[in-house]
Write a protein that binds this ligand. Structure first.
Ligand SMILES: Cc1cc2nc3c(=O)[nH]c(=O)nc-3n(C[C@H](O)[C@H](O)[C@H](O)COP(=O)(O)O)c2cc1C
Length: 306
C-alpha cells in the first residue's frame, strides 16, 4: 500500500485543519499524520512586543529546536508538506523541519506537494522551501496556496486582530474575517481527490495544472511587486539587528524600530508606490509580469503547460 506523509506546524490550528481536509480523500492509503511542535512554543495569541521578535532569525532561517519527530516509515510515496510564511520566509518551525536530517532523508527521491496557509505573501518563502526540497533531492510536484482573499491592507489589519486576540473574528465587527476562509478550508479536500488519481496512475505531471484550474493558487500583480522588493529589505534589517545585538546593543529597541518601519512601509509608502507602478510601469511590463507569475506558479516543477 502506498504511504503518504502529511506534516506541518500550526499555531492557531488553521493549517492543521487545511492539511486534515486535503488528506481526507486519501484514506485508502497509509497516512502518517505528523503535527510538529517547537521545543519552546511561541505565544499564541501573540503580544505586540514579541510578535516582531522572531523576525531576524526567521528571515535568516536559523532553525529553532523541534520536539522529536517520530516518522512511521523510512520512505514515503508522497509527502504533503504544510507551512506558513513568517516575514516572507518559512516560519521558524517549518525552517527547522526543512533542515532536519531525518526529514531530508525522507524527502530524498520523493514527490512533494507543498500546502501553504498564508495571509497573502508566500512567494519568497516558497522559493526558499523549494530550494530546501531540491537540495534534499525531493521532487516538487505541486503547490497549493491558501490565502486570505480580502484586500491587502484590510487583511493586514484583521490578521493582527486575530494574532493578538487568538480570535478569528471580525475586528470591531466590521473588518473582513481574518485568515483563510472557512469555505476555502472546507473545499481543500478537492486537492486531495485530485492527488488520489495521480497516486493511482503514478503520474503527477499534470497535478499543478489541475491545482491552478481549481483555484488552488493565484498570484496578484500587486503582491508580486511588493514581494519582489521587500525580502531584500528584510534581509538588511535581519542582519543589521543581529549585528547590533552582537555589539551589545539593545535588541528590543531595534525590533521596535523595525516594527515602526514595517507599518510605515506597508501603510504609508507601499500604497503610493503601487499607484505609481500601476499607472506608469505595469501597463508596459505585462508580458514580464505574466512570465514571473508562471515562474512562481510552477516553482521547482518541470511541467509548465498551464
Ligand atoms: C510572526 C508572523 C509573521 C507572518 N508573516 C507572514 C508573511 O510574511 N506573509 C503571509 O502571507 N503571512 C504571514 N503570516 C501569517 C501566517 O502565514 C499564517 O497564515 C497565520 O499565522 C496562521 O497560521 P497558523 O496555521 O500557524 O495559525 C505571519 C504570521 C505570523 C505569526
Amino acid at each position: 500500500m502506498k504511504k503518504i506523509l502529511c506534516i506541518n506546524y500550526s499555531q492557531s490550528g488553521q493549517l492543521h485543519e487545511i492539511m486534515d481536509n486535503v488528506v481526507s480523500p486519501l484514506q485508502e492509503y497509509e497516512i502518517d499524520r505528523i503535527k510538529i511542535e517547537p521545543k519552546e512554543g511561541f505565544d499564541f495569541p501573540w503580544k505586540t512586543n514579541n510578535f516582531y521578535d522572531p523576525m531576524p532569525e526567521t528571515v535568516l532561517e536559523e532553525p529553532n529546536e523541534l520536539k522529536p519527530i517520530e516518522f512511521k516509515e523510512e520512505k514515503y510515496d508522497l509527502i504533503l508538506l504544510g507551512y506558513q510564511p513568517w516575514f516572507l520566509s518559512p516560519s521558524m518551525p517549518a525552517a527547522a523541519l526543512l533542515q532536519n536530517e531525518e526529514f531530508k532523508k525522507r524527502v530524498n527521491g520523493t514527490p512533494v506537494v507543498t500546502v501553504i496557509g498564508a495571509r497573502n505573501m508566500w512567494l519568497n518563502a516558497q522559493k526558499s522551501v523549494v530550494d530546501h526540497i531540491k537540495d534534499a533531492g525531493g521532487k516538487m510536484v505541486g503547490n497549493i496556496a491558501f490565502v486570505d482573499r480580502a484586500q491587502n491592507w484590510l487583511s493586514a489589519i484583521s490578521i493582527v486582530h486575530w494574532m493578538m486576540t487568538g480570535k478569528k473574528t471580525r475586528k470591531w465587527g466590521i473588518f473582513p474575517l481574518p485568515g483563510v476562509s472557512q469555505d476555502d478550508i472546507e473545499g481543500s479536500s478537492k486537492f486531495g481527490k485530485l492527488l488520489s488519481t495521480c497516486l493511482k496512475e503514478d503520474d503527477f505531471s499534470d497535478y499543478q495544472n489541475q491545482v491552478i484550474a481549481n483555484d488552488g493558487l493565484r498570484i496578484k500583480t500587486t503582491i508580486l511587486f511588493i514581494e519582489g522588493r521587500a525580502k531584500k529589505i528584510f534581509y538588511i534589517w535581519a542582519k543589521g539587528i543581529k549585528k547590533k545585538e552582537e555589539q551589545g546593543k539593545n535588541r528590543k529597541f531595534w525590533i521596535r524600530f523595525f516594527r515602526f518601519y514595517l507599518n510605515f512601509a506597508l501603510f504609508g509608502v507601499a500604497p503610493i508606490l503601487l499607484i505609481v507602478y500601476s499607472i506608469l510601469i505595469r501597463p508596459l511590463t505585462q508580458s514580464s509580469i505574466a512570465k514571473k507569475k508562471r515562474h512562481f506558479a510552477f516553482l521547482g516543477m518541470t511541467a509548465q503547460n498551464a
